[in-house]
Each structure stands twice: as structure tokens, then as C-alpha cells.
Design a protein around this ligand. Structure first.
Ligand code: GLN
Length: 250
């Protein structure tokens, strides 16, 4: 009898683990819907963008519904790691540190960390600020690679400070208000923010080049199928078609 209950409990635990992964055939995607053109609110206030449309195409291929949960970027990796969400697609850079916490799909896009400054700024790099003023005030989105790299290169080196904001848009507002000297963020959102706000420009010297991928829990049951479907959509040109829709050729 005891053995029967132990088995019953084990069976319930296994079933509920599966339910958390794909509740009623629905995959829970966490992202920060403030990162155009990868994720933003489009027509009818519906989340759209490169990540969202690729995720939708994969779910359609595999027969899952997709639920999009809008959270802070800093919560995306912890949320995936704990299994609260099935995956994250958030213009997320693959880094060695993150690989310890989550497993990444194949990469589907390249990002570049760039520096946004006021239009009148005559400096050509963050180092120019340090050279001229002895310090620099950098704005970044919390827990992004822009935050991590500038923390290592400037804050930890005693060359400046990093102010961390919940969204890239908030960091840009701080720059417009003169609270920081520059903002380090991914190039495509940077272009969007500069286009939407007067008086800003992007420095020509890039800060870092990186690869984007989607993040899954290490023990994810759907990871293999999902990544295989992504690989197919990359191979047949669907992914490039989606990217071209949101990033017009220059
Ligand atoms: N690519 C950056 C990172 O992964 C920023 C992502 C984001 O802000 N959504 O850290």
C-alpha cells in the first residue's frame, strides 16, 4: 500500500512537472516588451517584434499556443531558471555566465552594444568622457550585457558609475534629462530610441558584438523540439523574412 502511494505521488509529481512546462499546450514566454524591434506593443496593443513573431512561428509549427508575459529583463533568466516560464525570447545575448544558468537555442540574430549620447556631444567613445572629465556616468538597462560590460570596464575600474534602469526606454529618458552622460544598449533598440526622441545620436564606435538566442530551463522537455523547429525556420528563410519585416535594409 505504501509503495502504491509512493508511486502515485511520483506519478503526480511527474505529471505536474509536465503541466508547468506546457499547460494545455500553451508555452509561457517571458520577455520585456520595451525593446523594439525585437519586442514592443504594436497595433491594438498586442506584443509583436522579431522575437515574438519567431516564437509564434515555432509554436504554430509545433502546435502550441503562446502566452507572452511582460516582465523586467532582469527577471527573465531567473524566471526561466526556476521553471516559472517555459522560455525567454528577449533579444538575449548568449554569454558564458548565462550558459551556466540556462540553455540557449541556436542563435538567430546579431546584436551590437552601442553608445547613445546627446546630439551635441563631441566625444567619440566612453573613454573620451573619462579622459576629459576624470569620470563618466553611464546609463544601462539592469542586468543586460550593456550593464555588465560597463560595470566591469568602468565602475569596477574606478573610472565611472553605472545607473541601472528597469527598461532601455527609462535609461534613454535619464539621458534626455541629463542624469547620465550616455546609454549603452543594443543597436536596433538604440536606433528606435534615437528616432523617437529629438536630440540624441549613436556613436560610431561599437562597444561589443554579440549573438542572440532564446533561453530555456536546463531540464526543459520541449527544448529539443523547439530548437529543431527554430533550425528549420532559419534554414527555410522564415526567420530572415521576419527580421527583414522589422529591420528595413539600409
Ligand atoms: N542583449 C542584451 C542582453 O542580453 C539586452 C537584452 C534586453 O534588454 N532585452 O543583455
Amino acid at each position: 500500500m505504501k509503495k502504491f502511494f509512493a508511486m502515485l505521488i511520483a506519478a503526480i509529481m511527474i505529471l505536474s512537472a509536465f503541466a508547468a512546462l506546457a499547460e494545455n499546450g500553451t508555452l509561457k514566454l517571458c520577455t520585456n516588451v520595451a525593446f523594439p524591434p525585437y519586442e514592443f506593443y504594436g497595433e491594438g496593443d498586442e506584443p509583436t517584434g522579431i522575437d515574438i513573431e519567431i516564437a509564434k512561428a515555432i509554436c504554430a509549427k509545433l502546435g502550441y499556443d503562446l502566452e507572452i508575459v511582460d516582465i523586467e529583463f532582469a527577471q527573465c533568466i531567473p524566471g526561466v531558471q526556476s521553471g516559472k516560464y517555459d522560455f525567454s525570447a528577449a533579444g538575449m545575448t548568449v554569454t558564458e555566465e548565462r550558459k551556466e544558468m540556462v540553455q540557449f537555442t541556436d542563435t538567430y540574430a546579431t546584436g551590437i552594444q552601442v553608445v547613445i549620447v546627446p546630439e551635441a556631444c563631441e566625444f567619440e567613445s566612453i573613454d573620451d568622457f573619462v579622459e576629459a572629465n576624470g569620470t563618466v556616468k553611464i546609463g544601462a538597462q539592469m542586468a543586460t550585457t550593456g550593464d555588465l560590460y560597463t560595470t566591469w570596464d568602468y565602475e569596477d575600474e574606478g573610472k565611472g558609475t553605472v545607473d541601472r534602469y528597469a527598461t532601455g526606454a527609462a535609461a534613454v529618458q535619464a539621458l534626455l534629462a541629463g542624469k547620465v552622460d550616455c546609454v549603452v544598449i543594443d543597436n536596433e533598440p538604440a536606433k528606435n530610441f534615437v528616432a523617437q526622441n529629438e536630440g540624441l545620436k549613436i556613436l560610431e564606435s561599437a562597444y561589443a558584438v554579440e549573438d542572440y538566442a532564446m533561453a530555456f530551463p536546463k531540464d526543459s522537455a520541449i527544448y529539443a523540439d523547439f530548437n529543431a523547429a527554430l533550425a528549420e525556420l532559419i534554414a527555410d528563410g522564415t526567420v530572415q523574412g521576419i527580421i527583414d519585416q522589422f529591420i528595413p535594409a539600409e
